[in-house]
Design a protein around this ligand. Structure first.
Ligand code: IPM
Ligand code: MG
Length: 368
């Protein structure tokens, strides 16, 4: 009997539903070839859930995700929800899923596809393959925050007036578990870990550094490096190929992973995995957003979502061969010249295709 898995699917908003449709076709083909079956349960979150339920994530949706083997998500958000109450913005769905499922480790590979190197703004970019390991359920995103009216006066005599604050908190336990993910990942890669922080200013960063040095002793084969976040944002541009694994806090990881997406030329190609304790379902999604400007046009690049399916098979279901086959089929489709609009420049051999045609090319390339 074929192994059966429960996958919660959240198409979301904008291009989300279109790219998810293509990704599910890929998942079906992989299942046929590699002998597994998936029961998908389609769920609303983000703007689509605000419209239907008044909130971006219902407790019921979270429960179904918790009871699944993995969650596949398209994208959430769009201009029609820009003015809703901040406490129910579409993005809150993502934050609720991350904290609700305990997904503390966000893996964001930023890998350059050789054929797409022309799309990188960096001249002569080569062999860039970075794995961002971003802490995802702590730091300033989840610290104490609030607002109050102050009666204090500033140094220039102006009243402080209304005050808003967000705080960054990290515990030893939270830091150690994400550092371990980074060191373990590096052991299966090029054995280098860069810690990115702001230890010249922040107390939390100094705790990260201390624990980083301590843990590095357990991994004598791994080369370590520490960079301040401002310096790292520069080094990512000047020497991207020298990085292997970058481990960092929630906020710094958010910022730097977007930068790296640009360096590799095409956010339309980059997947991500958010993982928690062993046995809990992971959440897999493209790193790009809902791209409302091209929703419904058939122009969206489904590759990042398809590669997220590969990560889902690898990390949550342990189906490594099927994951490898999908990743290879994506590389082959790109090598054969298939290009959605975001990666098309009209070079000889390139074929401008729609989302569904890109997925067709990938599906026919999946073999066993
Ligand atoms: C991301 C996004 C989210 C984040 C937003 C939408 C809450 O930017 O996944 O990188 O900041 O984590
Ligand atoms: Mg981001």
């Amino acid at each position: 009997m074929a192994e059966r898995y429960k996958i919660a699917v959240i198409p979301g908003d904008g291009i989300g539903p279109e790219i998810i449709e293509e990704a599910l076709r890929v998942l079906d083909k992989a299942g046929d070839l590699y002998g597994f079956e998936v029961d998908t349960q389609m769920l609303l979150a983000g703007g689509a859930s605000i419209d239907k339920n008044g909130v971006p994530l219902t407790p019921g949706t979270l429960e179904i995700c918790k009871a699944s083997d993995a969650v596949l998500l398209g994208a959430v958000g769009g201009p029609q929800w820009d003015n809703v109450d901040p406490s129910i913005r579409p993005e809150k769905a993502l934050l609720g899923l991350r904290s609700g499922l305990g997904l503390y480790a966000n893996l964001r590979p930023a890998k350059l596809f050789d054929e797409l190197s022309h799309a990188s703004p960096i001249k002569d970019i080569k062999d860039t393959d970075i794995l961002f390991v971003r802490e995802l359920t702590g730091g300033i995103y989840f610290g104490k925050s609030g607002e109050y009216d102050s009666s204090e006066v500033l140094s220039d005599g102006q009243p402080e007036g209304h005050v808003a604050f967000d705080t960054e908190t990290y515990s030893e336990g939270e830091i150690k578990r994400i550092l371990k993910i980074a060191f373990d990942a590096a052991m299966g890669r090029c054995r280098k870990v860069t810690l990115v922080d702001k230890a010249n200013v922040l107390t939390t960063s100094r705790l990260w550094r201390k624990l980083f040095f301590e843990m590095s002793k357990e991994y004598p084969e791994v080369v370590i490096e520490c960079l301040y976040v401002d310096n790292c944002s520069m080094q990512l541009i000047s020497r991207p190929h020298e990085f292997d694994v970058i481990v960092t806090s929630n906020m710094f990881g958010d910022i730097l992973s977007d930068e790296a997406g640009m360096i590799t030329g095409s956010v339309g190609m980059l997947p991500s995995a958010s993982l928690g304790a062993p046995g809990t379902p992971g959440l897999f999604e493209p790193i790009h957003g809902s791209a409302p400007d091209i929703a419904g046009t058939g122009k969206a690049n489904p590759c990042a979502t398809i590669l997220s399916v590969a990560m889902l098979l690898r990390y949550s279901l342990g189906l490594t061969e099927a994951a490898d086959a999908i990743e290879k089929a994506v590389v082959d489709a790109v090598t054969s010249g298939y290009r959605t609009a975001d990666i098309y420049i009209g070079k000889e051999g390139e074929m401008l295709v729609r989302s569904s045609q890109m997925a067709d090319a990938i599906i026919s390339g999946i073999t066993r």
